[in-house]
Design a protein around this ligand. Sequence first.
Ligand SMILES: [Zn+2]
Ligand SMILES: [Zn+2]
Length: 573
Amino acid sequence: MIAQIIPLVRLPRKFAHFDYLIAEGITLSVGDVVNIQFKHCETLGVVRGISKSTEQSKLSKVDRIAFKQLLTADDILRLEKIAGQIVQSPSSIFLATLNGIEQKMQQTTLVAGTQLGKIDAQTAGTIKLALQTLAKHDLCFETSLEGAIATVYSLCSRKNQQILILVPRERDAEIFSSYIPNQHAVLHGKTKQSQRRWILENWQSGKLQILIGTRQASLLPASNIGTIIIYDPDCPDHANSMRNPRFDARASSELLAKQHDAHRLFLGPLSRVEELGVNKIKSTIPPCQLVDLGNQMERTNSLLISDLLQKAIKEALQNKKSVLLSYNAKGVAKRLQCKACGHIPLCGTCGAQPHVRSGDLVCPVCKTEMWIPQICPACSKKTLGMKGIGNKKLATDLQKMFPQAHIGIIDKEHRYSSNASIILVTEFYFQSSYKPFPIDRFGLIAEICIDKSLGTDYLSSMTTAQRLYRILHMASVHKAKVIVQTWVPEIIKPMLDAEKFLKSESELRKAYQLPPFTDQFEIKEKADENIKVITCKHKDRDQLLKKLTSLPNTTTIKPTLSSYETQSSDNSE
Ligand SMILES: [Zn+2]
Ligand SMILES: [Zn+2]
C-alpha cells in the first residue's frame, strides 16, 4: 500500500504531497505523523491519504510511526484548504500547525490567572444576555477590554466544551490569561517549543480545555471546541502579512468552527463589515461630544485644543480627575490640509480622505486620482500644505494653557507618567500600556484629532471608527466624559450611528468592489519594488488560485480573503 505524505519541511508552493511505500507489518492511518526520509534527510511527515497505486517511479519506504492519529481527516482537509487559499504548499501550513511536535515532551504548561476585575451590574447583565445568544448563534459583542475579559471569564467558568480564545498580540494573550482563574494554556510567538508540543497533544486529546493564543492557535487540531472567541477582530495582526504562511486566523477560525460545530464570538469595540450578518449585542456607551476643529467659535491659542476641550480639561482638573488625551502623531498617513483654515480636501467622487502620493492625491476607496489644488477650496488662500503637529508641540501648548498641571507623554519613547494629571498618549498606549480595571479613573477622555488615521487605504474609515468606539467603551468603564475632535466632521459624524455606518461602509465597499465583497491578492516579484494588486470576484477565485499556484516561489503573494470557503456566494453581483 502507498501512503500520501506531507513532509514537515518548508517547500515551494507547487509541491503538495509525496508517495511512500508502507513497509510490511505496519498499518498506517490518515492523520498519523511518521518518520520519513525526505531529500536524504530524516524528518516527520503527515499521512494525508492511503492509496493502492502511485505514479511516482522511485518510492522510499515508511516504517515508523511517531504519533498515531494526531490529526483527523477533517483536520487535514481544513489545513489543506487553508494552504490552497493562500497559495502555499500544504507543507508550510502543516509545519506551522505542528510546530514543536519534534521536541521532547515537557510536563505541563497549565497556568491560572490571579488578577481580579470588577464590572458594573449593567455590563454584567449585557454579558449574561450575550452568553445566552451565543449558546445558539455566532455573536458580535461590542464592548470594552474589561467587558471582553469579563465575558471570557464568565464563559470559562461554565464551560463544558473546549474554548479557544484568539487574540491578535502576545500582550493580549497575557492580559486575558491573568484574569482567567480556570486552568488554561497560552500559545504565542514566545511560547517555548517544548511547551508547544504539550499544548498540541493535550488540546488534540481534550485534556486541555481552555487555550488562549495568537494566530497559530487557530490551526491546531482540537478535541471538541464549543466556542471560538476572536478578540479585537478588526486588528490586522490576526493575519500574518510579513512572512509565509500568510494565513488569517479570523478566516481559519471559520473553518475550525464549522468542523467542530462551534459558535464564534467576536469581542471588540465595533463589528466589522465581514460580520455584517452576525447577531449583535452592545455594551452601553456614553454620549460623545464631537468638535469641528474648523469651527472658528472653537478657536483657542492652540490649533488642536478647542474651546470645549479646554474647558472640559479645566473642569476635570478642578474635580481632581486626570485627563487622557489620545493623539496619534506617529505612523500616520501624510495629509493635505490648509494651514489657514484647517480644511482637508476630500474625494469629490465618494467623499473619502485622499491618500497623498509624491505629486498627487489618490482616493483609497474609489481610486479617483486628483491634482493637488493650488489654493484652498474652502478659504481660497494659497496655504494648502502637508501638515503635522507632533505630540511634543501639543504638550507644550497644553502646558501653557494649564501651567499648574503635570503633563505626561506615553508613547514608544516615553512610557512613564506617574503623577501626571494630563496624559498624552499615542496608539502605543492602547496596544501596549493600558491596564484594564483601572484604580485611578480618568474624568475626561478625548481624541485630539480622530481623523489622523484616515487617508491610508480603504480600511482607514473602519480603523478610525474602531478607535472612536474604543475610547467610547473605555470612557464607559472610567465613567468619563468623552470629547472627539475632527477636521472632517462630515466623515466622522456618521460613524456615531454604528449600525448606519456599518451599512454604508458595506455598501461603499460593495460599490467599489473592495473586500470582503471581492478577493484581493498582492503580488510582488522579488527584484521588483512594485506591488501588483489582483482583485477577483469570489466565484472566480478558484480559477485565479490555479494561475497563482504556478508562480515561482520568489514571487510573494499576499492574500486578503475574509473567508477560506471556496464556493461562497458572490455578493458583488
Ligand atoms: Zn473616492
Ligand atoms: Zn483654507
